[in-house]
Design a binder for this molecule. Structure first.
Ligand code: ADP
Length: 487
């Protein structure tokens, strides 16, 4: 990312089309998780910057060029942004990979996905049709989709570019003006993408960005009386605070809060196809994925075989610095590394068997936040490791006797985001797809975070509302009904 740390967004907020220093004049250090060293800085924004950003978004929506732009022109801008992102894939992938620690090829995939979100929502911008409604004699009734106005977006560090694309792409396509508070731990890629937006000529104030601490900039944004809707992705604890803030202002919100997603392997499954997917779904992004497949439920008759084969694969996995592009990178921060190690220490104390561990690469930079992938099992269903989100490369194996027990285990956590069902029995596929409490169920497959077109979101502690696909677009509009009495 040579030179890009010197870019115009460095240490600045984007407010009303200009990159400006935060009111505090302060910055936050950006640490590379691969070596624990500071390599850049972002603005440390706070309530005053949020006030200015919300005001700029309001102006853009109500009086500015953005608010007057026809839907197809909004779509064109978003598609031009998609093309610009693809023109900068390598630069952006390097930024994303260094900032988050994820292997370079994962960074590349994330940037491509981000471009795809802008393409998808760009194409959808002029396709939000309303309806006409049969009503009383002498009346005509119709409903129109209208943007909320100013939308607030608070996003995490695990997939900065992707989550930026799905949230901002949908909100802008629908015609809102946005204020974004990205995560302190990683947001350089989206700041660079916002620079590209400026170059392309997005009208001022359409997107405003205030980086800064969650408790200051984030809390100020969530509580701001000038916003009309909140889109949040992050932890359940912060999600509770966001929903409380939304309630006080009587506005809506979507919450995407994580999961403890199961993959269910029946004895009749095609193990050759299933096992690499099961491993990838927990190794991807070092397990720091809301939709990581962090539990594998295995039919007892094949439990020994499946765990032996998973263990063999786990022993081959290698964790190392992002730029060596290995199976997985470091965790995002010391705090996250300690959290995951805490869970592993607890597993040891509780006597949960370690079936296999991956390796750490040779000659690791000393300050990096590395945890090798770990396969545990059998994990009793009552253990924290069987029902809490670890957010690390830790896969819990749980045996089950029959379909009823598999379903009960799948639904035995407070979460409900994604599930994978692996079986050749078509009736069972349907029974489980209907019975599992989750926002997405994959049958003979799994897509941790994948599928721009596929509505995604949770139930219970995984949150509510949907992102991705057309459902994601509809979160950013509200319906207005108009009735004509023409006699
Ligand atoms: P994590 O613990 O994984 O960092 P968080 O939910 O704390 O997850 O963070 C997700 C996003 O929410 C980040 O952008 C963070 O800065 C922001 N955030 C954290 N605390 C608050 C808060 N009290 N109010 C609003 N946003 C917050």
């Amino acid at each position: 990312m040579s030179g890009k740390t010197e870019s115009v967004s460095r240490g600045r907020c984007l407010i009303g089309g200009r990159w400006v220093a935060p009111a505090s004049g302060e910055t936050l250090p950006v640490i590379c998780p691969s070596d624990g060293r500071v390599f850049a800085e972002i603005a440390s924004g706070g309530p005053a910057d949020i006030d200015a950003a919300v005001a700029a978004a309001r102006r853009a929506f109500e009086k500015g060029a953005w608010g007057r732009l026809p839907a197809f022109e909004r779509g064109r801008l978003l598609m031009r942004l998609s093309a610009a992102i693809l023109d900068h894939v390598e630069e952006l992938a390097e930024i994303e990979s260094r900032d988050t620690g994820k292997p370079l090829s994962q960074g590349r995939a994330d940037i491509r996905a981000c471009a795809r979100y802008f393409e998808y929502y760009g194409g959808a911008a002029d396709k939000l049709h309303g309806d006409t409604i049969p009503f009383l004699e002498g009346y005509t009734a119709a409903s129109f989709w209208e943007p909320h106005g100013v939308t607030a977006h608070i996003i995490p560090w695990n997939y900065p570019a992707q989550i930026f694309g799905r949230s901002i792409g949908a909100a802008l396509a629908a015609g809102n003006a946005c204020v974004l508070k990205p995560a302190e731990d990683a947001c350089l890629s989206l700041l660079r993408i916002a620079e590209l937006m400026q170059e392309i000529g997005f009208p001022e104030g359409a997107l405003n960005i205030v980086p800064g601490p969650g408790e200051e900039a984030g809390a100020a944004l969530a509580a701001h009386p000038g916003i009309d809707f909140i889109s949040f992705t992050g932890s359940p604890e912060t999600g509770t605070a966001i929903q409380a803030a939304a309630a006080r202002n009587h506005i809506g919100c979507t919450l995407e809060l994580g999961g403890k997603s199961p993959q269910i392997l029946f004895a009749d499954a095609d193990l050759e196809a299933a096992l690499p997917v099961v491993v990838a779904a927990i190794v991807q992004n070092a397990g720091q994925t809301c939709s990581a497949g962090s539990r594998v439920l295995i039919e007892k008759t094949v439990y020994e075989e499946v765990t032996a084969r998973l263990a063999a694969r786990f022993r081959e996995l290698v964790a190392g610095p992002h730029d060596r592009d290995l199976d997985l990178g470091p965790l995002i921060s010391r705090r996250q590394m300690e959290r995951v190690r805490g869970y592993l220490g607890e597993a040891r104390e509780r006597g949960i068997p370690v079936l296999a561990e991956g390796r750490l690469a040779a000659d690791l930079p000393p300050g990096g936040y590395y945890v090798p992938p770990v396969l545990l099992g059998p994990v009793p269903a009552s253990e924290r490791l069987a029902c809490e989100e670890v957010f690390g490369p830790v896969l819990a194996c749980l045996p089950f006797a029959d379909e009823a027990e598999a379903l009960a285990l799948a639904n035995a956590t407070p979460y409900g985001l994604v599930a994978g069902v692996w079986t050749a029995d078509g009736s069972r596929q349907l029974r489980l797809a209907h019975g599992i409490r989750a926002g997405q169920v994959f049958v003979n497959g799994y897509g941790a975070g994948g599928g721009i077109e596929l509505p995604f979101g949770g139930v219970g502690r995984s949150g509510h509302g949907r992102e991705k696909g057309f459902a994601g677009l509809y979160e950013f509009v509200k319906l207005k009904t108009v009735v004509w009495n023409h006699g």
